[in-house]
Design a protein around this ligand. Structure first.
Ligand code: ADP
Ligand code: MG
Length: 448
């Protein structure tokens, strides 16, 4: 590596480095924003009461359907709760095309209804004359007015259907079921973070937070409703709050956004929104890294100054490549070379090129994990639980597959709250919990 190259690469890496001091400032601001969200409607972090009150016991029983929309696939599930924390699940995934994601909402709802219909036919559940109760995991910011009513605030994560923002999304889907004579009642609308929390709590009732780190990033936790000023319902209970924390700091007070983040943000379909999510979630990390690579290419410090058509395409550098590159420990970084040359058609790469790309991936990935820990430190601080046992149930491919993500989160948590506090917090992988969670919530709703 030449001296000039080293200087240029260090400068890019520095732009992604977040000091412990900065982490503390972010946590402080996060607590302030949480409290604003609990105080009044319309705050940056929406802090949405989920209408899921009380804890799971694990003894809940019955059969329910669940839908999960808002990630990579639509999932249709049939869940049987057996009690004692046990359950069985049958599920089918359906691909939601880009056309459906950005077309009229009615087409999307009709598509979902058709998927439910074919699932019921294939699984022999459509013969029943009883109404089937369904939990609808809809993982976008919804301002809930009851357990099965809620208005879409805005789209995120690449969805942008017309005729949905400001409307009640359960009514829209229920209408499609009705038009198609599908005997299903939407008993609950569920955010995926809330579903993840409930699903994990079915086996581990002491779970206190549910977090998603996949395509998007969001979290929920148990709140004492007497502390929620904007809440006009029963104040004597605990309820799960869907934070919608991906929207944190859209004012850009504390998040250390750099030129590579800004470029990605401008190219996104929700410009200036979800800035915290955009620095953490799987949908965006690859694109941020791509921007950093292009900068070094343009300065002639990477790939001999030559990009490729593939690498020049927006969003062409997937976050999953970063995981592969980060675990590549071979002498010649051959997996890294393969991604760059075979997948992205860079004509040829030197070992130094590969090392630089690996450093960039690491810088973006470590920053994501460190920033991701801030919301957990914020919740612990706000709830007065720093130093208490805490189980955080986390779902999402980023957390599951990105090398060292959990450890880096833990290090950042220790930097802000201390080693003792960190040792009490467990980050547990709660894979695909939202189907089970939605079924549990549908059961709670149907009982009422
Ligand atoms: P969803 O959030 O859509 O329900 P996932 O939890 O599978 O689904 O998350 C998908 C996101 O995770 C994608 O945006 C992708 O960028 C990211 N991802 C997928 N595989 C990996 C991987 N091996 N390493 C890091 N990120 C990954
Ligand atoms: Mg998911």
């Amino acid at each position: 590596m030449t001296e000039a190259q080293t200087v240029a690469v260090n400068k890019v890496v520095d732009a992604f480095t977040v000091s412990d001091d900065r982490l503390s400032k972010i946590v402080q601001q996060f607590v302030i924003e949480m409290e604003k969200g609990l105080d009044h409607q319309g705050a940056t972090i929406a802090m949405i009461p989920s209408f899921v009150a009380g804890r799971c016991t694990g003894d809940e029983k019955g059969s329910f359907m669940a839908l999960d929309l808002g990630g990579t696939n639509l999932r249709v599930c049939h869940v049987t709760l057996l009690g004692a924390g046990e359950h069985t699940i049958r599920q089918q995934k359906y691909i939601v095309s880009e056309e459906l994601k950005t077309g009229p909402m009615r087409h999307l709802c009709d598509f979902i209804a058709d998927c439910v219909d074919s699932f019921l036919t294939e699984n022999g559940t459509s013969e029943s004359h009883e109404v089937i109760q369904l939990g609808y995991t809809f993982s976008f910011p919804v301002l809930q007015t009851s357990i099965n009513r809620g208005v879409l605030k805005q789209w995120t994560k690449g969805f942008n259907c017309s005729g949905a923002v400001g409307k009640d999304v359960t009514i829209l889907l229920q209408d499609s079921f009705r038009r198609k004579n599908i005997n299903v009642n939407i008993a609950a609308i569920v955010n995926d973070t809330v579903g993840t929390l409930m699903a994990y709590a079915y086996k581990h009732p002491e779970t206190t937070m549910g977090v998603i780190m996949g395509t998007g990033f969001n979290a929920s936790y148990y709140e004492d409703m007497s502390k929620v000023k904007k809440w006009t319902g029963n104040k004597d209970e605990e309820m799960v709050i869907n934070m919608e924390c991906g929207a944190f700091d859209c004012e850009r007070r504390v998040l250390p956004m750099n030129v590579y983040d800004n470029k990605m943000d401008r190219e996104s379909i929700n410009v200036h929104q979800q800035l915290y999510e955009k620095m953490v979630a799987g949908m965006y990390l690859g694109e941020i890294t791509r921007n950093a690579m292009l900068d070094l290419i343009d300065q002639q410090f990477l790939f001999n100054g030559e990009s490729s058509n593939d690498l020049n395409k927006n969003w062409s550098f997937e976050t999953a490549y970063m995981s592969t590159i980060e675990v590549d420990e071979s002498d010649d970084l051959s997996d890294t070379g393969h991604i760059l040359e075979s997948v992205l058609s860079i004509p040829s790469t030197t070992l130094v090129d590969r090392q630089i790309v690996k450093r960039l991936c690491n810088a973006v990935g470590v920053r994501a994990a460190r920033l991701a820990s801030c919301h957990i430190a914020g919740v612990l601080t706000h709830t007065g639980k720093v130093g208490h046992d805490c189980i955080v149930a986390i779902d999402g491919s980023l957390f599951e597959f990105y090398p060292n993500f959990g450890n880096n989160m833990g290090d950042a948590l220790a930097a802000v709250l201390g080693e003792q506090a960190r040792s009490k917090v467990k980050f547990d992988l709660a894979r695909d919990g939202s189907g089970l969670g939605a079924a549990i919530i549908a059961m709670i709703a149907a009982k009422k």
